[in-house]
Design a protein around this ligand. Sequence first.
Ligand code: PFF
Length: 434
Amino acid sequence: MAAAGSAVGLGNIWGFPTQAASNGGAAFLLIYLLLAFTLAYPALMAELIIGRHAHANAVNALRLISPGRLMQRIGVGTGLVGLVVASFILSFYSIIAGWMLAYTLASIAELAGLDALVAWLRDFSLGRNLLFMLIFLALTVGIISEGVKEGIERWSSRLMPMLLISLVLLVIYVLTLDGAMAGLRVYLLPDFERALEPGLIINALGSAFFSLSLGVGTMLIYGSYISDRENLPLVGGLVTLVDICIAVTAGFLVLPAMYVALHNGVEIFTASGALISEDTLIFTVLPALFDSMGIAGIVVSLVFFFLMSIAALTSSISMLEVPVAYTIEQHNVGRKPAVVVIGLIIAAVSALILLNFDSLFGLVVTATTRYSQPLLGFMFCIFAGWVWHRDNLLQELRRGYPEVEQGWFWKIWPWYVRVVCPVIILAIFAQSLT
Ligand code: PFF
């Protein structure tokens, strides 16, 4: 549940639908689904298995499973880069999550008839952005400093069904509106030529790795919390399914909602057909959708943005846990001071991004999610497939799944993660550079 809580977040409702909208809709959906099952799931398994075996943070875990000095150093380096990337992801994530919080409060203010406050909360201003980024980070820091396991599981197990149900209800509503069918067509009828564009494929790869929280050591840490009685391939499979299901459902909401808004005169595309503002797209089209529901829309909007804020929180705590776990285990520092200092550093980076939003925000998102996460995922596949001894791998999987050797997972995954995953990830990168 905690791993699913980490996976399900802004990546599903903000990241995936926005990427799909700006990368040809159905073509992106097709490639995303393909890559999520064939590359992201195997990479997730690599992290979960190494994590449960090592019972440590990524830096120590990769060191532990490496035989020689050189590989140990590379393992430590990979873990450390993952830690830095996780922190940078959190620095932009808390900005978007802050917007979710602001929109939740805006719905409450609207119910109370405080129009000026509603306008301030919905307006893109430096003051609002800074304040809500800080509030969101403070919430994350607060939860992490208390230690997390029980809290996350309780929240996640309630959140996921509620999120899915409200998404499905919203999808049903949006599909009854004028203009929605145009969006549905864009989302479901692929243009196969676009599906092969290198830019689209690398975006879909980054999206899948971001959505499943891969490459940065989060899933490795969560793997280290999983009990030996659990069947790991099944746990990983369920996390992947829940995550993809919520992302795809969110696409059924956001793309039709875009075209409904367009039909109602909201400007979404530039003259050349590109999206006007990708980053804030859902904060334009979803409120427009909620407004069309009258008074009920205010309550729906409140529920939706509240659920999204919680979903973002169960993801952000998994990010912050990466540098925190390392600092505590490695440097013998108490949990509270470690959390506060790291939280402050991340807040400073977020503030810097906000002060230079146009030049830094997109850059940090692209550098971390599109490039770093898949490349780090590649390293985890190399460690699970080549560096770690196969007998240890089998032994680890046998706990909780004694008949693993007879199943399809053991027949396919070990050579697949050894050869197919690294080769395809590299091929996608090579193609995108040409
Ligand atoms: N998977 C999260 C989402 O879809 O919102 C984002 C994420 C969480 C990325 C944790 C990386 C991470 F370590």
